[in-house]
Design a protein around this ligand. Sequence first.
Ligand SMILES: [Fe+2]
Ligand SMILES: [Fe+2]
Length: 174
Amino acid sequence: MDRPIYNFFTNDHERIDKLLDRAVKNPKAIDLELYHRFRVGLLTHIKMEEKILFPAAVLGNGGQPIPLAAKLRLDHGALTALMTIEPQMKMVKVLKHILEVHDQLEEEEGGMYDMCENLTRHQTAEVMEKLSKVSEVPVHPFNTHPVVFEAMKRALLRAGFDYDKLAETLDLNS
Ligand SMILES: [Fe+2]
Ligand SMILES: [Fe+2]
């Protein structure tokens, strides 16, 4: 069976992951130009899901919300909040963990992309057309104010991720 939507978004995950991996290849000197491209990629990907894919799926579902979308939106809020913070390796480890958990919910069998693919069967061409025309999200400079860091932590908590705990545990395991 053809899976244009699944393939489109899964390939985009891979492209974004690679940008991040390349940006942090040298942990002592994060490549900010590549990290910038990663931020644009991730924020634009989130925009495509929230503004095009999820609404199309709701339409295909007779206007009924998709239950998993609520959790995914909270994850998007957490990821967007992380994009306001200047990258350092501890934060990048938390970011990678959240991306991994989140992408799995979308990619796994019966996950969000499978559901969306099925629900948008009758509007695949329109959805793909809209995706191809999406504009890149403008990215703002990092905000180094401590208040922003605390707000980021709260956004993560809302999505079920404890930043401090994760930063500690992921550090120990690396
Ligand atoms: Fe997502
Ligand atoms: Fe995604």
